[in-house]
Unconditional design. Structure first.
Length: 138
C-alpha cells in the first residue's frame, strides 16, 4: 500500500481534493497490475470491507481520467477498463485468458500522419494473440 500522504500530494497536484474514497480508489489503481473495469474495482474494494457505491467508483474514475491520473482503455465495444499508466503505450490482449499487458511503443518513431485530424488526444495500439502464460499451459 502506498503512503496516503504521497497519494494526497499526487491528487492535489492535479487539482483533486482528496477524500477517503478517492484515496482508496487511487491506492487500488496504484497497486493494480491489471486493467480493471468499474465492476472489478467495486467488487475488490467491497470484498476488502470498503463501503463504496458503484456510482462513486465510476464518478471518481471519471474524475481521475479527466485530471490525467488514469487513462481509459476501450477494447472494441466492451466495458471500459482503467490504466494507471497515462503515458502513450500499446496493449497486448490475450485471446485465451483476457489479460491485458502494457507494451512500450515509441509512437514518434512510427511517423504516423493524421492530415485530417485537428488534434490527437490519445494514441492507442492494440495487439491480440496468446500470452506466454497461456501458451505454456498447453
Amino acid at each position: 500500500m502506498r503512503n496516503f500522504e504521497e497519494l494526497t500530494k499526487q491528487m492535489e497536484a492535479k487539482g483533486i481534493k482528496p477524500s477517503l474514497q478517492r484515496l482508496l480508489l487511487f491506492n487500488y489503481m496504484q497497486n493494480c497490475h491489471e486493467h480493471p473495469t468499474v465492476e472489478k474495482i467495486y467488487a475488490d474494494l467491497s470484498a476488502q470491507g470498503h463501503a463504496l457505491s458503484k456510482a462513486t467508483v465510476y464518478n471518481t474514475l471519471t474524475l481521475f481520467v479527466q485530471k490525467g491520473l488514469l487513462r481509459i482503455v476501450q477494447l472494441d465495444h466492451s466495458e471500459a477498463r482503467y490504466d494507471i499508466l497515462t503515458n502513450d503505450h500499446a496493449h497486448f490482449i490475450c485471446q485465451k485468458c483476457g489479460m491485458i499487458y502494457d507494451v512500450p511503443v515509441d509512437f514518434d518513431q512510427l511517423h504516423l500522419r493524421f492530415d485530417d485530424a485537428g488534434s490527437v488526444s490519445q494514441r492507442d495500439i492494440f495487439y491480440r494473440g496468446v500470452c506466454r502464460r497461456c501458451m505454456n499451459r498447453e
